[in-house]
Design a binder for this molecule. Structure first.
Ligand code: KIV
Length: 296
């Protein structure tokens, strides 16, 4: 679906359109989509920016209206949208359908589609096939994939083929079965050096940004200062260039325990439950529908 701006003009998705009225990724104004060139310019300006996950058109439209410049259709949809116990079972079909919905629901944000477990590990050609599907069928502006040195060849081929890649190092949740949980990564001198090598490898392969997940703040700070591409932290302290949260964690919709690094900015689980109970009581007690909700 093509969006038409309030002024009646189609947004320019080329990234080469007129300069934004205000350049800032968050708070800037403009009628075209954010591109990876805007992300690179923000790093040069030393500007910090927010990123949220999104899995459906309606929620994505709320975040787009709020000015969130980058949205990730993450395979975290497995845990917080599709009812799986981890991200491992998520399929290309699921990511493609939900990415397309998020693209349809947004006008400005750069939409990044996640490559799920099993869709890129075979090698660069498999990664290219999966990423091409997300770009062509869902319309995402970039893809994300997990892994540092081990995924560098995949990143290289995607970038050479014209597909921007966000890399993801530190804790990579698709490896939950190998980790036996979700342990902090990059602790200790040797692990910190490996994290730095991973981050440099994905930068050298052409990634436009790299997620650092669940690593010590000091190590994330050192990685951020060593790279010319932006780092996107999640559980990685305050020194990253950007911060990402799973939206259901950020808004208090997730049930049960949330990771320690999450700050909740609303309590949607409570609000939604209260609304459902109020509706149920009105129906059972006959207060809904009232005259104003009825046709005659
Ligand atoms: O799938 C996801 O949501 C992610 C973010 C947490 C970075 O990978």
């Amino acid at each position: 679906m093509t969006h038409v701006s309030p002024a009646g003009k189609k947004p320019d998705s080329s990234g080469t359109g007129p300069p934004e009225a205000g350049k800032a990724l968050y708070g800037g104004k403009g009628s075209r989509r954010i591109t990876v060139r805007d992300i690179a310019a923000a790093k040069e300006r030393g500007e910090k920016w927010p990123m949220l996950t999104a899995y459906d058109a309606m929620t994505a439209s709320v975040f787009d209206e709020a000015g969130i410049p980058v949205m990730l259709v993450g395979d975290s949809m497995g845990n917080c949208h599709l009812g799986y116990e981890s991200t491992v079972p998520v399929t290309m079909d699921e990511i493609t359908i939900l990415s397309a919905a998020v693209v349809r629901g947004t006008k400005r944000a750069l939409i990044v589609g996640d490559l799920p477990f099993g869709s890129f590990q075979e090698g660069p050609v498999q990664a290219l096939r999966s990423a091409t599907r997300l770009v062509k069928e869902a319309g995402v502006g970039a893809v994300k994939l997990e892994g540092g040195e081990r995924s560098a060849h995949q990143i290289e081929l995607l970038v050479q083929s014209g597909i921007p890649v966000m890399a993801h190092v530190g804790l990579t949740p698709q490896s939950v079965n190998a980790y036996g949980g979700y342990p902090v990564q990059g602790r200790g001198e040797e692990a910190a050096q490996q994290l730095l090598r991973d981050a440099k490898a994905v930068q050298d392969a052409g990634a436009f940004a790299v997620v650092l997940e669940t690593v010590p703040a000091e190590v994330a700070g050192e990685v951020t200062r060593s790279l010319h591409i932006p780092t996107v932290g999640i559980g990685a302290g305050p020194d990253c260039d950007a911060q990402v949260l799973v939206w259901t964690d950020m808004a208090g919709l997730t049930g049960g325990r949330v990771p320690r690094f999450v700050k909740q900015y609303a309590q949607l689980r409570q609000t939604l439950g209260d609304a459902a109970r109020a509706f149920a009581e009105d129906v059972v007690g006959g207060a809904y529908p009232a005259a104003e909700h009825s046709f005659h």
